[in-house]
Design a protein around this ligand. Structure first.
Ligand SMILES: NC(=O)c1ccc[n+]([C@@H]2O[C@H](COP(=O)([O-])OP(=O)(O)OC[C@H]3O[C@@H](n4cnc5c(N)ncnc54)[C@H](O)[C@@H]3O)[C@@H](O)[C@H]2O)c1
Length: 253
């Protein structure tokens, strides 16, 4: 894959594992300097090591995206070390299987909404002024196919991902004339630790997961990374406010 990037610096939250790590590696492979942010220091440093081993440049910053002070510090460190921020992939997220709606707890609601919604909002809140001051940039937020339709037994998660799309579209319109584009990527089931945690206990769920995608399999992290890079690239200059399903056809049924 070859894409054109006018900017030089990309930030990935939730970059210690899964989709975030694959996207951090993909940005670095395109020659961008990458800031990897995560709660998980070991995993985040691991991503940085992989980037450096491949000849790229990266920095890890510990950050809990639910904390205003952490996010401010993340952006301050990005500017301190690399001088600017061109692309941001707000991807940190959690999933907790909640049972049916009435079985969910207040603690689950607060935890899921905290990371998936407040985290994305806080990141955009502090990324947008930097991009505006520079004269442009691109943001991609991780939603989910659960943000486009129902997700039984994951109603809070589904609500959180619908909210990510609401934040994405509203910000896209607010900043469209300022050369900052904001889009969301909506993965279906992707082979990550999150997927394995949810399905390992019951192999039938693995078969069910494959069958829900018309292509007959679950997705790979690299298949989300390439969509994120496309949305950040100059090739997507006319694309903003979109929620792009990358889902093996799942939402086309
Ligand atoms: N795997 C899937 O099937 C799938 C499908 C649709 C959407 N998604 C979304 O993709 C994103 C990435 O998920 P993944 O599958 O790679 O999961 P993952 O669990 O492998 O990675 C998520 C990363 O986010 C980090 N994180 C969690 N809470 C954080 C916080 N408060 N602050 C900073 N970092 C935090 C974790 O430490 C982890 O490194 C999530 O937003 C998830 O909801 C995943």
């Amino acid at each position: 894959m070859s894409m054109t990037f006018t900017g030089q610096v990309a930030l990935v939250t939730g970059g210690a594992a899964g989709i975030g790590r694959a996207t951090a590696l993909a940005f670095a492979a395109e020659g961008l300097k990458v800031v990897v942010a995560d709660l998980d220091r070991e995993g985040g440093e691991g991503t940085v090591q992989l980037i450096r081993a491949a000849g790229g440049e990266a920095l890890f910053v510990t950050c809990n995206v639910t904390r205003d002070a952490d996010v401010q510090q993340l952006l301050a460190r990005t500017v301190e070390v690399y001088g600017r921020l061109d692309y941001a992939f707000n991807n940190a997220g959690i999933e907790i299987e909640q049972g049916r709606l009435a079985e969910g707890s207040e603690a689950e609601f607060d935890a899921i909404m905290g990371v998936n919604v407040k985290g994305v909002w806080l990141c955009m809140k502090y990324q947008l002024p930097l991009m505006l001051a520079q004269g442009g940039g691109a943001i991609v937020n991780t939603a989910s196919v659960a943000g486009l339709g129902a997700a039984p037994r994951m109603s809070i998660y589904s609500a959180s991902k619908h909210a990510v799309i609401g934040l994405t579209k509203s910000a896209a319109i607010e900043y469209a004339k300022k050369k900052v584009r904001v889009n969301a990527v909506c993965p279906a089931v992707i082979d990550t630790d999150m997927f394995r945690r949810a399905y390992e206990a019951d192999p039938r769920k693995g078969e069910f997961a494959a069958a829900m995608h018309p292509v007959g399999r679950i997705g790979k992290v690299e298949e989300i990374a390439s969509a994120v890079l496309y949305l950040c690239s100059d090739g997507a200059a006319f694309t903003t406010g979109q929620a792009l399903a990358v889902d093996g056809g799942a939402t086309a049924i």
